[in-house]
Design a protein around this ligand. Sequence first.
Ligand code: FES
Ligand code: MG
Length: 591
Amino acid sequence: MSDTRAKKRFRSQEWFDNPNNPGMTALYLERYQNQSFTQGELQAEKPIIGIANTGSDLAPCNKIHVFLMDRIKAGIRDGGGIPMEFPVHPIQETGKRPTAALDRNLAYLSLVEVLHGYPIDGVVLTTGCDKTTPAQLMGAATVDIPAIALNGGPMLDGWYKGKRAGSGTTIWEGRRLMARGEIGYGEFMDLACASSPSLGHCNTMGTASTMNAMAEALGMTLPGSSAIPAPFRERMAMAYETGKRCVQMVLDDLKPSNILTREAFENAIVVNAAIGGSTNAPPHLQAIARHAGVELDVTDWEKIGFDVPLMVNMQPAGEYLGESFYRAGGVPAVMGELRKAGRLHEGVMTASGQRLGDVLASWESLDRDVITTYDAPLRDKAGFKVLSGNLFDSALMKTSVISADFRKRFLSKPGEEGVFEARAIVFEGPEDYHDRINDPDLAIDENCILFIRNVGCVGYPGSAEVVNMQPPDALVKAGINHLPTVGDGRQSGTSESPSILNASPEAVVGGGLAYLQTGDRVRLDLNASTLNALVDEAEWEARKAAWEAPEIVNQTPWQEIYRRHVGQLADGGCLELATAYQRIARDLPRD
Ligand code: FES
Ligand code: MG
C-alpha cells in the first residue's frame, strides 16, 4: 500500500483517498460529502467510526439509543474521529414473531456485511434488548475491527401498589394471579405496564441485563457501563466516553481478537453465575466464542460456573431491580468481589485499554444487601447444571432459581435428595400446551414433569421462550406455582422457573425428546446431572425406528435459510457455515 502522507493509514482511506483508483475514489467521495461531510474531513486521516444503531420505534428496548447518538458522536469527534451512524435490523424481544431469536443471526449477518463492506475503521455497538447484544458481538468478532459496546441501560424500577414490578417477572406473576382469579384482564394489563415505566431494556436480571453484563465481563465495554439506568445522566456521559474511546482503540489497533480470549469467556461464565444470569447466556456466549474462534463447550458452564455463589439480589433470583444494582456498583462491583476471591483471570485486556485487574482494583460492593461479598452470598453453588441422558446430549438448569419450596416438594425424598421420579406429560409446542394444560384427562399432579418439544432452533424456528410452562390452573390455585419442566426451547431470562431447557439436539432433528410419550416414567438426578426416560431399550429403539420428523412449514425465505444452516443451542445456534469466516477485516473487499 502506498502511503506517502499519513502517519497511519486507515482502512476507510482505501475508499476516500486512494490515488491508485481515482474513479472509484471520486464516486465514494462525492456521495458521502453530499450529506455534510466535507472532502477535507473525509480525507483528513481521521478514523471513521461506525455507530450501529439498534434503536427505533420497532425496538423500544433500544429506543434510548436514538437519543444517545448525539453524545456518542460528540465523543467520537472530540476523540479525533468521524462518526457515521447506520441502522441495525431491529430485534425486539417482545415484538417480533415468531421469535426475536430467529433474527439474531440475521442481524449478525447484515452487520458483518456492513462492517466489512463500508469505509469503517472502528464501531460502537449499541446494545440492549436480549439478542441485540450477542448479534453485534458476534458480528464484531467475525470482522475483527476495533469495537466497543454501549448498552442503553435498564428501565427505571417499576412499582405497582407499593411493590417492585420487574420486567417479565411481573408477567409470570400476573398469569398466576389470573389463574387464581385474583385479578382480571384489565388489571393484568395495568400491572404489566407499571413494570415498564421508562425507556430502557428489562430492569430485572433477565437476558438483556445479563447479556450486557456479559459484554462488560468479556471486556467489550467501558467499566461500569452496563448497569446505568437508561434515563440517568451517567448514561449520556457513558455514551460520550464510549464514542471517544472507540477512536483511541482504532489508533491503538485494539481489536475484538485481543479481548475475546478463552480466559475472558471463563470470566464471563463466573460472572453469569454470580449475578444469577439468564439461561440464554450460554447459547449467546457459545455463539460469540465460535465466531471469535475460541473453544468453549456447553459443559464448561457447569465445570467453571456451578460452584460460584449467587451474589446479586435482583429479580428473578432475588428481590431488587436495576436501579438498586447500579447504586450498589453494578458489574464492576460484582467483579471486584470475585477478583478478591481469586475467581477471575485478571490479566485479560479490556476495551478500556487496561488489564482487568487494574480496572477492578478500586471496585467493591457499595451495598451488601444488593451485591454481597463472595464469602457471604445469597446462596452457594448457584451456577448452571448441564444435564444429559437418553432425552438429550445436553440441557441446562439454572440452580439459582430453585426455591426452597420447589426443592422441598420435588427434590427432597428422604434418602434420595436431588432425585425426582415422575410421570411425563408431553406437549408438541406452545399451542398444544395452551389447548391441553387444563385437560382433566391428563390428571396432572405433583408427580408429573411437563415436557415441551419442537420448539428449538429448527423446530420453532429460532427457539421459543416457552419452557417455563405454568402448571394447570387447579394446581396454581392450590399454591403450586411450578412443576419441573423440560424442553428443547428456551425460557425468558426473567422467569424464576427452574426449568431444564435448551435441550440439544432438539426433537425435530431426532433428539431423544422426540421419542418420549405422555405417561412414560422419567428420572431426574441432580447429583449425577442426568435426566432419563425409564423406557426399556427395545421399546425405545422401536419408537426411534418408527419416528417420522414433523412437517416443517416456512413462512418467509429467511426462515428457510435459517433452518437449513442453523446448529443446535448447545453450539450457540449459529449459522454453521458462518463460523468458518474469522477476522475477515484482514482482507479488503474488492473495490
Ligand atoms: Fe427487550 Fe427484555 S424484552 S430487554
Ligand atoms: Mg426474552
